[in-house]
Design a protein around this ligand. Structure first.
Ligand code: HEC
Length: 106
């Protein structure tokens, strides 16, 4: 119950902190920052993606990862992927994570 309340508070804080919709458009964040490696469809099939061995974001492993796991990778980076904390706002990182989920459902 306590944990639930913490989550509700966190969700409210996030909702209040979200700036204008345009800045939290996950699709446009993805297009400008992630697409060159992960490809429009998330498969990582661009030349840069293949060269750097970007994994498919549609793999069963990626689908299974929690949002929290994805957020850690996007914030801190991993291997040859740069981290985006400080380069994207928290709201943009949340929005792009949600966008990855929509790619996984297509
Ligand atoms: C320079 C190329 C590059 C860019 C740009 C890039 N990534 Fe990555 N990404 C990678 C590579 C390479 C990995 C694999 C890291 C590893 O496991 O060593 C990765 C891994 C990931 C993973 C983890 C996938 C999994 O199965 O665990 C996520 C999520 C991810 N990237 C999201 C993003 C998002 C969102 C952006 C844009 C904000 C982005 N990436 C930008 C190269 C890139």
């Amino acid at each position: 119950m306590k944990r639930y309340r913490v989550l509700v508070v966190a969700a409210l804080v996030t909702a209040i902190a979200l700036p204008a919709a345009a800045q939290t458009d996950g699709a446009s964040v993805y297009a400008s920052k992630c697409l060159m490696c992960h490809a429009a469809d998330g498969t990582g099939s661009t030349p840069a993606g293949r060269a750097i061995k970007a994994p498919s974001l549609l793999s069963p492993a990626a689908v299974k990862e929690s949002n929290a796991d994805l957020l850690v990778v996007i914030n801190k980076g991993k291997g040859r992927m740069p981290g985006y904390a400080g380069r994207l706002t928290a709201a943009e990182i949340t929005a792009v994570t949600a966008y990855i989920r929509t790619l996984q459902k297509q």
